[in-house]
Design a protein around this ligand. Structure first.
Ligand SMILES: C[S@@+](CC[C@H](N)C(=O)[O-])C[C@H]1O[C@@H](n2cnc3c(N)ncnc32)[C@H](O)[C@@H]1O
Length: 484
């Protein structure tokens, strides 16, 4: 008899895990059973300590081990096992005998099954049958492969649920591990952040000075009856009265490129980058182009921007926006940004690395994103983020500025990524971020068992409750002369 034992790694030290591993091994031996190895990641102390999370090792490497086991034990005994473990367990759970040492709740109560049964297929049995049928169905990760309509349905239904039963009922459905992390990260402000996920944020927009002067836009806004408040950090950017929620794309002036709608926090990275006319700028992950077009505007449509992205469809949106806004200095580039550093060594005056991320800061935009979140995604994305940042840094001239940003709160995607660069490149440094009218919190120097360079304090965390915006992280990095 082979046995598979799953337990939460998160929040545990390496030493604790080694001890638990020994105990489990002894227990299994005493019953004459065989333990299928599931403490992967514990083998190498360095690898384990490189991450603030552990269960992903189970999720990533252990599928065959689970498949070959006769018994699965899901250890819910200490604290919640976390969504990442649930993924794996749920995947194989239907044709295995499961012994849960202290099961907190049965599969029937799994939040995703509840959501799926309530709103997508109708009944719980049907949801469970469906899960069984789709061998690749994994309870939390596979929401990403639902159709656009199904995702929209979830968003609508969840928003209705919030209205009917309140936020608490809905947040109960969110991934356990995400909630644990946010509670630790935000402390007393945890509820405030969750509440903000369901708030309709006031709309912010930029007058497109490439096409017309700001007065023309103001005149148009007045005609529309829009109440505008100029943003402190830019006299061409405005916040609309919170009650105003126009269908912008239907407005002819929007189609003609008189203005561009962009969230307040999303405008910060380009302002910090401070691109000048005639400079050479690399936007390494540019689509759909909100920051590319903002950068072009700051450069007064003079100079050169290489707008790169890995997605053809998303780059089409950049092309269309540039056309609509009359931007002429953008060259579109399709490909993996990770390769650009070698190709364009020290070519650019400014580089923006607005990295792909888990979107934690905008989860409320599209509620289904809450159900897409998992540690495996976090793990995969941090690797891309580090590679993109390193590539962007290589492409930066000595004396140049690079801005790294994400719309996530996870320290692994933010401070840890910048910390990686500071350690690897002694000629990199960070500069403090201060912007009029933007309230920021210092970057972290500690998270779980990870410690980061003290300079990370100079990077900025943008919280929704401080600015009535989405959540963001911004780091300003410079390249000094190499000492060699
Ligand atoms: C946060 S979005 C960028 C948003 C954009 N900067 C804006 O302001 O509109 C991240 C982008 O990274 C792209 N991406 C993901 N992996 C990439 C890679 N290896 N190289 C280049 N782009 C990548 C995604 O397609 C996505 O468009």
């Amino acid at each position: 008899m082979k046995i598979f034992y799953a337990m939460p790694f998160t929040g545990k030290t390496y030493e604790q895990l080694v001890k638990e591993k020994k105990t489990i091994q002894e227990l299994v031996n005493s019953f004459g059973l065989e333990l299928n190895e599931q403490f992967l990641g514990v083998e190498s102390k360095n690898e384990f300590e490189d991450h603030a999370y552990g269960p992903l090792f189970i999720a990533e490497k252990d599928h065959s081990l689970i498949r070959n086991s006769d018994i699965l034990i899901a250890d819910y005994s200490r604290h919640s096992i976390g969504r990442d473990c649930e993924i794996v367990i749920a995947k194989e759970i239907f044709d295995k005998r499961v012994i849960s040492i202290v099961p907190s709740r049965g599969m029937q109560n799994h939040p995703w099954i509840r959501l799926y049964s309530d709103y997508i297929v109708g009944s719980q049995n049907e949801a469970l049958n469906l899960a069984q049928k789709l061998s690749s169905f994994s309870l939390s990760s596979n929401i990403s492969s639902l159709s656009r309509e199904q995702k929209d349905t979830i968003d609508i239904q969840v928003n209705e649920l919030v209205k009917e039963r309140g936020i608490n009922y809905v947040t109960e459905l969110f991934p356990t591990e995400l909630k644990r992390r946010w509670q630790k990260l935000f402390g007393k402000e945890y509820r405030i952040i969750l509440d903000y996920c369901f708030k309709a944020l006031p709309k912010t927009l930029r007058a497109n000075t490439v096409k017309a002067n700001v007065q023309k836009f103001k005149k148009f806004a007045k005609k529309q009856g829009w109440k505008l408040k100029t943003l402190d950090f830019s006299n061409i950017a405005f916040r609309l009265h919170p009650n105003l929620r126009p269908h912008f794309s239907e407005i002819p002036e929007h189609q003609k490129g008189l203005f561009y709608v962009q969230d307040f926090a999303s405008m910060i990275p380009a302002i910090i980058l401070d691109p000048k006319s005639e400079e050479k700028v690399l936007d390494i992950a540019a689509a759909p182009g909100s920051k590319t077009t903002q950068i072009a505007q700051l450069m007064e449509n003079k100079g050169y921007i290489l707008a790169n992205d890995i997605s053809t469809e998303r780059l089409d949106v950049v092309k269309k926006s540039c056309k609509r806004l009359g931007i002429k200095i953008v060259k579109i580039s399709l490909g993996d940004g990770v390769k650009l550093g070698e190709k364009y060594k020290e070519v650019f005056d400014k580089v923006l690395v607005d990295a792909p991320c888990t979107n934690e800061g905008i989860l409320g935009y599209k509620v289904h994103k809450f159900f897409e979140w998992n540690l495996l995604l976090l793990y995969r994305i941090t690797k891309v983020q580090k590679d993109l940042l390193e590539s962007g840094f290589k492409a930066l001239k000595v004396g140049g500025t690079l801005v790294y940003s994400t719309c996530s709160y996870a320290p692994e995607e933010n401070e840890q990524v910048v910390d990686f660069l500071l350690k690897k490149y002694p000629n990199s440094d960070v500069k403090i971020i201060k912007l009029k009218g933007v309230k920021t919190r210092s970057g972290l120097t500690k998270w779980e068992h990870l410690e980061f360079d003290q300079r990370l304090m100079q990077t900025a965390r943008v919280f929704p409750q401080d600015n009535n915006s989405i959540g963001f992280y911004v780091a300003k990095i410079i390249k000094k002369k190499s000492k060699i």
